[in-house]
Design a protein around this ligand. Sequence first.
Ligand code: FE2
Ligand code: FE2
Length: 257
Amino acid sequence: MNLLFLGDVVSQCGCEFVRKKLPAYKRFAGVDLCIANAENSAKGNGVTPQSAQFLLSSGVDFLTTGNHAFRRRECYDYFDESDTILRPCNYPAGAPGQGVGVIDMGYVRVGVVNLMGTMYLDALDNPFHAVERALRELDDCRIVLVDFHAEATSEKRAMGFFLDGKVSVVVGTHTHVQTSDDCVLPGGTGYITDLGMCGAVQSVLGVKKELVIEKFRSQLPARFDTEETGPCAIEGCLFDIDEKTGRCRSAQRIRLT
Ligand SMILES: [Fe+2]
Ligand SMILES: [Fe+2]
């Protein structure tokens, strides 16, 4: 099974570029399942029902999120009602939506876990314990995919090795800069520390570069607007997973411009 996992889709230009490029790439690469992190897909950040639906009608099959999951109140009911979007599973009980999901592909059930790191992010439940609970919920799924939305590369690599041999794929999201360590870990788990971003290339993580420079120079609070012009790129990773064993055969990062 060919899985394409896309990094954080940022704002309108990122969504529109995905819609423009994804269908042809899926045919070219023989993609069976496409998942994208949608936590920044709405204009102005966060995710809205409209931005989620836009991606789901553009060739993305399933959505994960992260620390911006609950930025837009209009998405709270959508998180509760939809079975194609997750928020991190280590939020406190009572948070809208689910952190663990199942995609029924017919020939195989694919479990998905959305998880958030706690280094330099909100103090949620310890992700290493939370993921163990999540995997117990998915013990009937031969293929399990984990989106670990985290800031620290050390926390993400540690999670990759912790889950090596227990799940099919661990991807990192959140930092919006693609890493070059795409690989299959020794136990058969596909891994990359960060998938990267789908959005404006001439930006700082999708935000207008001038605003970010000014914030660093002045050290004063600043309003961040997303960059909506200029060239875009799609970044992510393509994994070939053996659906009989759940082991990953290959991992290859991609960048479409
Ligand atoms: Fe993000
Ligand atoms: Fe994030």
